[in-house]
Design a protein around this ligand. Sequence first.
Ligand code: URP
Ligand code: ZN
Ligand code: ZN
Ligand code: ZN
Length: 461
Amino acid sequence: PAFDLVVRNGRIATAADVFACDIGIRDGRIAALGEGLAGREEIDATGKWVLPGGIDSHVHISQPSGEGIVMADDFASATRSAALGGNTTVLPFCMQESGTTLRSAVSAYHAKAEGECYVDVSFHLIITDPSESVLGQELPALVADGYPSFKVFMTYEGLALTDRQILEVMEVARQTRALVMVHAENYDIIRFLTDRLEQDGRTAPRYHAASRPIIAEREATSRAISLAELSDVPLMVVHVSNREAMEEIRRAQAKGLKILGETCPQYLVLTAADLDGLNMEGAKYVCSPPPRDPASQEACWEGLQQGVFATFSSDHCPFRYDDPQGKLTPKGRTSFRWVPNGIPGVGARLPILFSEGVVKGRIDINRFVAVTATNHAKVYGLYPKKGTIAVGADADIAIWDPELTRTLTHDALQDGSDYTPYEGMEITGWPVLTMVRGRVVARDGVLTGAKGFGQHVPRRL
Ligand code: URP
Ligand code: ZN
Ligand code: ZN
Ligand code: ZN
């Protein structure tokens, strides 16, 4: 036979097309699309969707998160859950720690990922200390080495940059053609409201949402866009949660600015009411920006439908709930201020969007592929190696059964956390096979890949 492996009889969807044919795979890449292809091995995809493997361009893995707090996933458990959830590539962050070099952060995260990953991995950077040497030497060298995207924070103790620092980072981005990603929330609004809430004894998890209102996100989004316009650089506004921030991005796009947006599952299917849980249960939903209300969910759907959001990512940032090193540290029990921000989602992202989006008719299959794979590859410099089904591309494929209905439970996700914020959702449409570079890494909910098969993929923009 001409091919190592052939996927037969499936219905293929890319971001642009739907067509029925066989996929011939050789040496880990798609070698042919055609009819009647023969392979040494064959996978029958009759009645299934054959889609580009999911790319999750916003995940946090093994990041230090404050004293006594431990992230629930390492690279093995996060990429295991990713594979089971139909993903073939994830983009986590190398976070610079204050007073250390960026290069040492990159080495440290590579060491953590080496030999551990089930799917392919490509790193962004997080810049927390834009010193002269970081801006002048390290950043340009790292962009050239395959790390052409970096996140900056407008809020969070120890992470937030001033507007001037953001401008300095953007200047380097313009010179090196890199992409800046921004966490847009107004730091002083949040600090002010948090202090007031605590003074009034309002310390339960639900007040996390009150401390970070839509106005704080909208203002920072508008300011970040202004800084990008001044700097003449593209900007990705990550984890957009509501209409006002979405409309800021839409307006900038209508003006011709290259402003991109991302939203996440928590903003489509959770609301601030989820933070109201009994006892400390609300801590399971503490993430930033917080989930909002049904009107905000509608706006986020609209942003996906109309192309305001290029990407749909998980912002996977897992902490265990019932664990003194997780959500409920001794300090975390005293106030929402100390509950680590972030929720797991790398395994749940695609089934949620397929079920709530494609099956319920909110988005079509091409939009699904665009916002879960193709656009991630294009925006971050992995395309056309990753993100589509085409001759020459890596054989990164997810086969979906559009009729399989199951209840979403944490146990099936196999991440390192002890809960999912999406427990109990009825989901129609599941990935039944995930293939990375021609190798089946998950099948029917069972991990079949090998730890260490996942490779680092350098990027270029
Ligand atoms: O609450 C969140 N989103 N935690 C993860 C870090 C970030 O800001 O994306
Ligand atoms: Zn963020
Ligand atoms: Zn994040
Ligand atoms: Zn469980």
